[in-house]
Structure formats: C-alpha cells, structure tokens
Design a protein around this ligand. Structure first.
Ligand code: PBG
Length: 325
C-alpha cells in the first residue's frame, strides 16, 4: 500500500501544535456587546426569545457597562426603548430621551475605558416600527429621515458617545451624519456604518427586545438577501461618504458578503451576530441538541475567519470569560 507523504494530521496532534498553527483568533477586544435599556424600568426585564438578554434599567445598564470594561470588551452598543413611541420617533432626538440618557450614564461610568456606541436609527422610537419617517404614500421618506438622523447624531455626540452606528439604510446617511457631527464640532465622533444590511427574517427576537411591531416590511430600504455584489457597493459608498468602519449584518447567512466586503475596503469591518442567530443557538442548546459553549465559540470564530475585525454579539461578555479560561 502507498503511504501518504503529506500528512496534515501532524499539525493537529497536540493542543500546543494546534495553537501554534491556528489561523483565526477571537479576542475580547474584538467583541462588542449590544445592550437594551428601557425607559422607566426599575429592574432588568427578561426578553423571552433571547434567554440571558434583558431590557436594562439605568442601574443594571451601568453595571453591565462596568463589567464589559473589566472584561476588556471592544465596546458596548446601546439601544434605547422609549416609554412612548410616535410616528416621527421624537424620543430619538430628545436630549432627555432614553438613549441619550443611557449614553451619558455609561460614559460617566466607564470614561475612555470602553468605547460607547449607539445605534442611530428610528425604529426603536417609531410607533410603526420603520427606520425613518413616513411619506404620504406610506413609504419611508429617505431625505426627511436624513434630517432626523443628523439631529440624532448631534444629540448623541453632545452626550459623549464615541461611535454612532447608523443602521437605517437610508441613502446618503453617512455623509449627512458626518457633516452634522463636524458642523457641531464633533470631528472625533466615529461612524460605524451598518453598510450591507439585509432585510432578514433573523431580526425576529430583536422586535421583542425593543417592543417593536413592524407594519409591513423593510424591503424597500434594506437589501435583498440574494444580493452580494450590492453589499460591496453599499460598503464602498459608505467609505466614500466618510464611514470609519463598515458592517455586514446579519453575520451567519452572509459570511460570503463579509469576506467580499473585507477584501474590498481598507477600513475595519464589523459583523453583527444578530438576535435570531443568538436565539437559534440558545434554543437548540436548551433542548440539548447542540453543545452550547463550543457552538458559541465556533460561531464567533467563523465570523472572524470570514473577515470580521469586530463582532457585535450578545455573547460578548460570556465569550470573553470563556476565552480567558
Ligand atoms: C435597527 C437595528 C435592528 C437591529 C440592529 N439595529 C433591527 C432592524 O433593522 O430591523 C437588529 C439586531 C438584532 O436582530 O440583533 N435599529
């Protein structure tokens, strides 16, 4: 019998050999923790479709931010749930609104030890659940929404946010936000653009997390899941408009888009391991159908391998602890 000369197994024999040749690493500093804070909550409230994730009170949010800083996470991404929603998302631009207050709270708590990021979008604040203000025909009015985003960016930057994450998929949003920030003297405020953001069924649990019921769908502004080339185009446009970082979202069903975007731009690329991806692993693990901790680490490793410099994940704190053992 002919013996194999080339034996890839040689490099897999011991944990030390495997560690030496590992191509992909996951570090706490590359993980960003998305968190929800509910206006008026006096205690954290569980989110049933996202076991282990809560809608924070102001106090529990501060504690989570301190823990995130202590774990050496890459950042914290804040989502605000206003007590009342309306057609134009007034809470988003209110200097006393839930998100703005949360930014001030967290910045006061962690200072420069942890980058503080805020989702810049209206869907948490509108009663119809769309990412912008509506035109007479019921569609989302791109340019009217841009004006609101500009104001929201200024309010968040005044509150001390390090990074704004425009996620509404309005055309021209990065340029308008950059201009608004610079015009208000916030030249150091960073833009992490949700560039290639798809109209995904995997956002389901997020709706519960932010108490949002969507009328209709988002396909007139979020991308068609079949369009990879268009994801690269969106990322290039955002870089040209001044995005400091770009993002692909969701992550797992779009790892090819992530790779293509990584190869096409020179700015850091993030990927959002979203609510539905989290829920699938948690649900299967709860049934004993998959081994939870290895599944979490494999998920994060695959997103890094596909090209993400930064991963937004609801497992960020737990993963940092797992990686430290
Ligand atoms: C928009 C936004 C969404 C998510 C993050 N930012 C919802 C959407 O666009 O429909 C989803 C995150 C997740 O599902 O974990 N504000």
């Amino acid at each position: 019998m002919e013996r194999p000369v080339v034996r890839p197994r040689r490099l897999r024999r011991t944990p030390a050999l495997r560690a030496m040749v590992a191509e992909t690493s996951v570090a706490a500093s590359q993980l960003v923790l998305p968190v929800f804070v509910a206006e008026g909550a006096d205690a954290p409230r569980p989110i049933s479709s996202m076991p282990g994730v809560v809608q924070h009170s102001r106090d529990s949010l501060r504690a989570a931010a301190v823990e995130a800083a202590e774990l050496g996470l890459g950042g914290i991404m804040l989502f605000g749930l206003p007590a009342a929603k309306d057609a134009v998302g007034s809470g988003a631009t209110d200097p006393q609104g839930v998100l703005t207050v949360a930014v001030r709270d967290v910045v006061a708590e962690v200072g420069d030890a942890l980058p503080v990021m805020a989702d810049l979008c209206l869907d948490e604040f509108t009663d119809h659940g769309h990412c912008g203000v509506l035109a007479a025909d019921g569609g989302v009015d791109n340019d009217a929404t841009l004006e609101v985003y500009a104001e929201m960016a200024r309010v968040l930057a005044d509150a001390g946010v390090d990074v704004v994450g425009p996620s509404g998929m309005m055309d021209g949003q990065v340029a308008v936000i950059r201009d608004a920030l610079d015009g208000a003297g916030h030249t150091a405020t960073t833009i992490l653009a949700y560039s290639a953001k798809y109209a995904s069924a995997f956002y389901g649990p997020f709706r519960e997390a932010v108490d949002s019921s969507l009328s209709g769908d988002r396909r007139a502004y979020q991308q068609d899941p079949g369009n990879g080339r268009e994801g690269v185009r969106e990322a290039l446009l955002d870089v040209a408009e001044g995005a400091d970082m770009v993002m692909v979202k969701p992550a797992l069903a779009y790892l090819d888009v992530l790779r293509r975007v990584r190869d096409a731009v020179d700015v850091p690329v993030a990927a959002y391991n979203i609510s539905g991806e989290y829920a699938m692993v948690e649900a299967a693990a709860a049934h004993g159908w998959i081994d939870r901790e290895p599944a979490i680490l494999e998920t994060l490793t695959s997103i890094r391998r596909a090209g993400a410099d930064v991963v937004l994940t609801y497992w960020a704190a737990e993963a940092a602890r797992l990686l430290a053992r």
